[in-house]
Design a protein around this ligand. Structure first.
Ligand code: GLU
Length: 490
């Protein structure tokens, strides 16, 4: 048997480190067994998927060196490798029709209102929320007539109602057991004729000859449906293996709030693909010789599916930085120079438009841009406190701005417009508290409050436009500098 494995990301948003992680495990497994590693794009959720995101997935896998043998942009003889293209070929509908003809699936005509009522009644009765299977009872001939007449419907799987589902995943000590009665009559084909993930993934894994599905454990709950579909479509199921999800330090599923999750971010920050892969590899599969620094080619030669870590590997940026350091310091002078130049160029492209109007000579750029490059800035109290105000008042202003800006950061709205709106709202609210007070109005005026803010974030009384500057500096640096400036005003 030739091993054939795949990753099947959905192109929504930026390419995710979780995709890189699962990709890496599949890649190594394929290498170990002289098999094939395939990329399939699962874009059947038409509201959320974009072509740009698919493109970013191709680029990030290539950047990482997780080259795939078959995929949308490299071809292969089991294509197309993008599900929306397969929908157009009628592939999924054919299998849904087969299940309906066999009596294993049925058209369901319940509209959104009916389903909503069902959900509310179940919630009120404290019952599990699931389809009550009412369309199962419709006589198949009658259902076929309604479908032929063009009535809107979905196709649902006729899930067993008794007995248990059981599957032994090789990475888990005990089999996964679930009562069929608790499993919903899954929608297989939506009202617009497009498949859901479940039908499309099972059909494609079969047609693409996938032998092992190595994926994140969040899909374990869907496994009964997938095995059932394989059986009722007459397929030999691939082996399903569920690996631990990457976790934040508090053990929650890795999320943008707590860790950067976009592969593009790591690339922009100057992490080396070798280092990011080495870090991810270590999370999933320690090196049998206890090596800390190793390449995926090395891991691919000794990879053992049974040794994958399932216990929710913790994504620790400090560990990544350590591994990055090992790789970075071994770079040839030429490549290290390229990396430094790339970092400078990237920042330059962002900063040049901000300072362009203030330049008299090329070298002015260096001093004007210094606050953007520097880790910290030096605050002078006489500059922080505009004439006519007291240090303690300015401290209050900066603390109020910091509080509002933290919320902007948490809401991921750190742009010039987002930060400006928040800061202006603070000023307006403070002035509204004391409408008659001229001193308060002066303190919270742009002239005073914004000038303190400017000095706090840049260390200087002059800078490019304030909110563009704040946006370019980024939330972390601005908030650190605001806190440091407030401390000086004690
Ligand atoms: N499209 C699914 C995802 O985005 C793939 C899950 C699977 O590997 O079966 O993660």
């Amino acid at each position: 048997m030739t091993v054939r494995v795949r990753i099947a990301p959905s192109p929504t948003g930026d390419p995710h480190v979780g995709t890189a992680y699962i990709g890496l495990l599949n890649w190594c497994f394929a290498k170990r067994h002289g098999g094939k590693f395939i990329l399939r794009i699962e874009d059947t959720d038409r509201t959320r998927c974009t072509e740009a995101s698919a493109q970013a997935i191709y680029n990030s896998l290539k950047w990482l060196g997780l080259n795939y043998d078959e995929g949308p942009d490299v071809g292969g003889d089991r294509g197309p490798y993008v599900q929306s293209e397969r929908v157009k070929l009628g592939i999924y509908k054919r299998y849904a029709d087969q299940l309906v003809a066999q009596g294993d699936a049925y058209p369901c005509f319940c509209g959104a209102e009916t389903l909503d009522g069902m959900r509310k009644a179940q919630m009120a009765a404290k019952q599990p929320i699931m389809y009550d299977r009412r369309c199962r009872g419709i006589d198949p001939a009658e259902a076929a007539r309604r479908v032929a007449a063009g009535e809107t419907h979905v196709v649902r799987m006729k899930t067993p109602t008794t007995g248990d589902f059981s599957y032994k995943d090789r990475l888990r000590a005990k089999p996964t057991v679930k009562a069929w009665a608790d499993i919903d009559d899954q929608v297989l084909l939506k009202g617009d004729g497009w498949p859901t993930y479940h039908l499309a993934a099972v059909v494609d894994d079969h047609l693409m000859g996938i032998t092992h599905v190595i994926r994140a454990e969040e899909w374990l709950n869907s496994l009964p449906k997938h095995i059932w579909l394989n059986q009722h479509l007459g397929f030999t199921p691939p082996e399903y293996v569920h690996v631990g999800l990457l976790r934040n330090a508090d053990k929650s599923k890795i999320s943008k709030r707590k860790n950067p999750t976009s592969v593009l971010w790591y690339r922009q920050q100057g992490y080396l693909p070798e280092a990011l892969l080495n870090f991810l590899a270590q999370l999933g599969h320690s090196h049998p010789e206890g090596k800390e620094q190793f390449s995926i080619q090395d891991l691919g030669s000794c990879f053992d599916l049974d040794r994958i870590n399932v216990a929710g590997p913790v994504f620790d940026l400090k560990k990544l930085d350590h591994i990055q350091g090992l790789w970075f310091r071994q770079l040839s002078p030429e490549r290290m120079r390229d990396e430094v130049v790339r970092a400078i160029d990237e920042r330059f492209a962002q900063l040049f438009p901000l300072v362009r109007e203030r330049l008299t000579r090329g070298a002015d750029f260096i001093s004007l841009a210094e606050p953007f490059y520097a880790v910290t800035v030096n605050h002078r109290v006489d500059e922080l406190v505009p004439k006519g105000s007291e240090p303690v008042q300015i401290r209050g202003v900066l603390e109020a701005f910091a509080k509002a800006l933290k919320e902007v950061q948490a809401a991921e709205q750190w742009t010039a417009a987002g930060t400006e709106a928040a800061v202006r709202a603070v000023c307006a609210a403070e002035i509204a508290k004391a409408p008659e007070d001229a001193a308060i109005a002066a303190l919270w005026s742009p002239k005073v409050a914004f000038s303190a803010l400017r000095v706090a974030v840049t260390g200087r009384p002059n800078s490019p436009p304030l909110f563009d500057t704040i946006a370019a500096l980024g939330a972390v640096r601005c908030l650190e500098r605001l806190a440091a400036a407030a401390l000086k005003l004690r």
